[in-house]
Design a protein around this ligand. Structure first.
Ligand SMILES: [Fe+2]
Ligand SMILES: [Fe+2]
Length: 330
């Protein structure tokens, strides 16, 4: 029997009460022998989302890297892609330790079954959009992973994230340095503003359903995350909005000193035209159900990016199959 054929109940021997007692004693979970079925299912889910997000960011950033203004800038963008692949590898490797069939998960899954945020399904078509992605998307990744790094009760992931956090800091700095530099020129600034116009709201969505719609129960109890979706969204705005103010880029959010929190200044959630890369804010706010329908349908780049990631594996598999076919008898 291969590990994938085993159920969570067979792989994770502890009861939920035993896991709670283990965590209450301040201990980390180090592997399957410390897990209950619920813990295993929960950690697999969050690791898959994280690894898928890291993995797809590589072809997304690679597509935009071709617009690098000079060869050394292209090199920086490629090194970011390389970091993202290594981050994805950490997640998938841990999933492998947790009984998941890695090749099947990475290379044989349908594109629509990948679990990364919708934002990556929208193409990055310029250097301006790439550096805005480093500023907004990598900040979102940083906020989410720092929360996992602080709160995670799964020891192997917690330790691995120390390296990931440092590299994400480099991606962020890459984005911010470029945004600042480009904003010094009025024409470049106009293009940076245009990138922010569609990308800022997509990143607001990244953090998922608002707290009143989403119960985190086990995710918080088992320490898969420490903060709720709305708290994470606030943390992201607290990092991004002051920077945008500093460089003079308008974003639809501001700090409300009286309420002590960031407030979104546009209809949210909203309808998005993925072909034009434009928010149809004139339609007003929509429901989260409509947003989830868009997410589930995936966006324009989903199939192309996944096909690109799976191409080498599938090609090799075809070659192996061809070689093992009987040769002609003539
Ligand atoms: Fe990453
Ligand atoms: Fe990154």
């Amino acid at each position: 029997m291969t590990p994938t054929e085993m159920t969570a109940e067979e792989l994770a021997p502890r009861t939920e009460d035993e896991v709670r007692a283990h965590l209450a004693a301040g201990k980390l979970v180090e592997g399957l022998p410390h897990m209950s079925p619920e813990y295993l299912k929960g950690i697999r889910r969050i690791l898959t989302v994280s690894a898928d997000t890291e993995l797809v960011s590589a072809p997304a950033y690679l597509r935009a890297a071709q617009h690098a203004p000079a060869l050394n800038n292209f090199g920086s963008a490629i090194s970011i892609c390389q970091d993202e692949l290594a981050h994805a590898h950490i997640g998938y490797r841990l999933l492998g330790d947790l009984g998941v069939d890695m090749p099947r998960l990475i290379y044989e899954r349908e594109p629509a079954a990948f679990k990364y945020p919708y934002a990556f399904d929208v193409p990055l078509d310029s250097w301006h959009e790439l550096v805005m992605a480093n500023t907004l998307y990598d900040q979102a990744g940083f906020v989410l992973l720092s929360d996992v790094h602080r709160s995670s009760t799964f020891g192997p992931w917690k330790r691995a994230l120390a390296k990931v956090d440092k590299e994400e800091t480099f991606h962020l700095r890459h984005g911010r340095t470029w945004v600042k530099k480009l904003c010094a020129d009025p024409e470049e600034k106009r293009r940076i503003q245009a990138a922010a116009d569609w990308m800022f709201i997509l990143t607001l969505e990244w953090f998922g359903l608002p707290d009143e719609r989403k119960r985190h129960g086990i995710q918080l109890e088992y320490g898969f995350k420490g903060l709720s979706n709305d708290e994470l969204r606030q943390e992201w705005m607290a990092a991004v909005v002051p920077f945008m103010d500093e460089v003079g880029i308008d974003v639809p959010a501001h700090h409300d000193a009286e309420a002590g929190r960031y407030v979104i200044d546009c209809p949210f959630p909203a309808r998005f035209d993925s072909e034009e890369k434009r928010w149809r804010l004139e339609d007003g706010a929509i429901t989260w159900d409509e947003v989830m329908t868009r997410w589930k349908g995936r966006g324009p780049m989903n199939e192309e990016y996944v096909a690109r990631l799976q191409k080498g594996y599938k090609g090799r598999k075809r070659n192996v199959a061809r070689r093992s076919e009987p040769t002609g008898t003539a």
